[in-house]
Design a protein around this ligand. Structure first.
Ligand code: DOR
Ligand code: ZN
Length: 356
């Protein structure tokens, strides 16, 4: 039987949500991932270390031992350099801030309207050696939805990188060849996460034949030349590209609305197995460990996980639907066959931690 053993992987971009949904998202993510970087776009958003601390306690109450949630705080126009200093001093589980241009995605209305006004805050992020995670898209109505990422890079990101040459930046969930090239040409302070769904699919999956809202996510899926560029980047062994699932659950009734389909794909049910499909299809399984388990930890300056997981080449069928806090959720690859399955290395189920 063909097997592969990897250093335990981390997920450097995930949406765990809150309330009734939190139990399922945390159970799924904590089975195999060592660390996750939890995104702060809750309602209301996680804007401070103390809010992250409360959220962390809730997450830990549902998670397995061996699982370590980390947080990116939501940057708002009220964030100050002083609050960045305080975060650095007091909250070691907060290695990053997340920049959402206002209106760009789910719960981003508290985000940033003028990026240049945030330069004093970027300066503090740089000084404190924290990471700036960026949803790199613009929202200008005149910019075509397919061009929003490359436009952001040209109009804003190049200048941010130039102005703050020592700040570590992660361009999140990249979707274009332009983003891949930008990262390749930048120094090692600038990196990118790549999702499983942007590696698995192009925009035909969303639009060709019939409109399928399951695949509606932001940034939107692009044409297959971009998908190919992402695959090449992921399997290249370049340390500036690493795993961030952007697993973003929305219940079925929100995805299948006639108008107002929620953006996001749920992949935590098979996080690492979905990436294995892609790497295997490229005969690049030997590159999976760097991408999934080494490069992200190195970039964020956390030690690589010391334990391992083992996957086996074995067919299994993804559940058609998932119970999601009383709602129904359709996961990516619902009802389809995957070729790789985790065989061993689940985190322990016992968690001593109790909510206060
Ligand atoms: O598809 C997405 N869903 N993209 C994002 O940027 C946010 C996410 C969500 O929170 O639902
Ligand atoms: Zn996200």
């Amino acid at each position: 039987m063909e097997q592969i053993t990897l250093t335990r992987p981390d997920d450097w971009h995930i949406h765990l949500r809150d309330g009734a949904y939190l139990k399922r998202t945390v159970e799924d993510a904590s089975r195999y991932f060592g660390r996750v970087l939890a995104m702060p776009n809750l309602f209301p958003p996680i804007t401070s270390g103390s809010l992250a601390d409360n959220y962390r306690k809730k997450i830990l109450s549902y998670s397995r031992t061996g699982f370590e949630p980390l947080f990116a705080l939501y940057l708002t126009e009220e964030t100050t350099p002083h609050s960045v200093n305080e975060t650095k001093e007091n909250y070691d589980f907060v290695p990053a801030y997340k920049l959402y241009p206002s209106g760009v995605t789910t719960n981003s209305e508290f985000g940033i309207k003028s990026i240049e006004n945030m330069y004093p805050v970027f300066d503090a992020i740089q000084e404190n050696d924290l990471v700036l995670c960026i949803h790199g898209e613009v929202t200008n109505p005149e910019v075509d939805v397919y061009d929003r990422e490359s436009y952001f890079i040209d109009k804003y990101l190049k200048k941010i990188v130039q102005t703050f040459p020592s700040m570590r930046i992660v361009l999140e969930h990249i979707t274009t060849e332009e983003a891949v090239n930008f990262i390749k040409e930048s120094n090692d302070k600038v990196a990118a996460t790549i999702t499983a769904h942007h590696l698995l699919y192009d925009r035909n999956k969303l639009l060709a034949g019939t409109l399928n809202p399951l695949y509606y996510c932001l940034p939107i899926l692009k044409r297959n030349t971009h998908q190919k560029a992402l695959i090449e980047a992921a399997i290249s062994g370049n340390k500036s590209f690493f795993l961030g699932t952007d697993s973003a659950p929305h219940p079925r009734q929100e995805k299948e609305k006639i108008c107002g389909c929620a953006a996001g794909c749920y992949t935590s049910h098979a996080g690492i197995e979905l990436y294995a499909e892609v790497f295997d299809s490229q005969n690049a399984m030997s590159r999976l460990e760097g991408f999934s388990s080494h490069f992200g930890a190195d970039f964020y300056r956390f030690p690589r996980n010391r334990d391992t997981i083992t996957m086996e080449r074995r067919d299994w069928i993804v559940d058609q639907k998932i119970d999601f806090g009383g709602d129904e959720l359709t996961p990516i690859k619902a009802g389809e066959t995957l070729n790789w399955k985790i065989e061993s290395g689940e985190n322990s189920t016992a968690r001593e931690y109790q909510l206060e």
